[in-house]
Unconditional design. Structure first.
Length: 269
């Protein structure tokens, strides 16, 4: 049996434009892995099976797609150990799918190239290709065009998943964005993100990155009042993150927001 950690991600910035001809939205987003993670294990089996998380769809889809592309019968059993909260804007399902692709590919007599895996991942979900690679990435286009970024990692992440918050479907979030004309001025906003990224030298420079275009939360303002150098909503939410200089500051902020939601302390990886 082989295993991989499937890390969560946060969006350090998310700039969104109008819908494309294919129905997806133009965007530019800065994706950073953190050490909160699921674990995916894979072993041979007589047929394709997925256990450990009964609501999975993406791991099964990923392994079936891999087998089809490699022209083999999907004879694997995947087991998912969930730690990343579901539908929280942290990319847990996408990360699990990417881990399954990498594990399954390693078992093939003729493993597929990373570029081919990228193509398979892009068809499963926009975030999946990011998790095939190490390090921070700038994702553009529909989110599947990736460029590596060298960003500081000397900070601590406090994640807060507010009690009672139920994630609106991603489609509904984008529809609301379109209805309020959120895509207006996208080229200028995308350029502003590029300029802010070019100026990042220290963790504190991350504070200049633009806020999430899709969703916001007063909890982000609260975390900044509690000392976060930057705070925002990750992805389509509802998880809010705060970046802190050190763990003691993050711990104090965590105590202040105790009772508002589930929380985790994490670090970028």
């Amino acid at each position: 049996m082989s295993r991989l950690l499937a890390h969560a991600k946060i969006n350090l910035a998310l700039v969104v434009g109008p819908p494309r001809a294919d129905g997806m939205h133009e965007l530019a987003t800065v994706l950073q892995r953190i050490d909160l993670h699921d674990e995916v294990a894979l072993e041979p089996a007589d047929e394709l099976l997925v256990g450990g998380f009964r609501d999975d769809t993406l791991v099964a889809t990923a392994l079936a797609a891999l087998a089809a592309r490699a022209r083999v019968t999907p004879r694997w059993r995947a087991t998912i150990e969930k730690r990343i909260p579901v539908a929280a804007g942290l990319g847990g399902g996408s990360s699990d799918a990417a881990a399954a692709l990498l594990l399954g590919n390693a078992t093939l007599a003729e493993p597929l190239s990373l570029d081919v895996l990228h193509g398979i991942a892009s068809e499963i979900g926009a975030d999946v290709p990011f998790f095939l690679r190490e390090g921070a990435q700038l994702a553009t286009g529909d989110g599947t065009t990736l460029r590596p970024l060298e960003l500081p990692r000397d900070y601590v992440v406090l994640l807060v998943l507010p009690h009672g918050e139920v994630k609106t479907s991603t489609g509904d979030v984008y529809r609301a964005f379109d209805e309020r004309g959120g895509g207006s001025g996208f080229p200028e906003r995308r350029d502003a993100l590029a300029q802010a990224l070019a100026a990042v030298a220290t963790a504190h420079d991350l504070a200049a990155l633009p806020r999430n275009d899709l969703v916001s939360s007063p909890l982000a303002d609260m975390l900044e009042e509690l000392g976060a150098l930057r705070a925002d909503v990750s992805g389509a939410g509802p998880t809010v993150y705060g970046l802190f200089d050190d763990e003691s500051l993050a711990d104090r902020a965590r105590a202040e927001v105790d009772g508002l939601g589930r929380s985790w302390i994490a670090r970028p990886v």
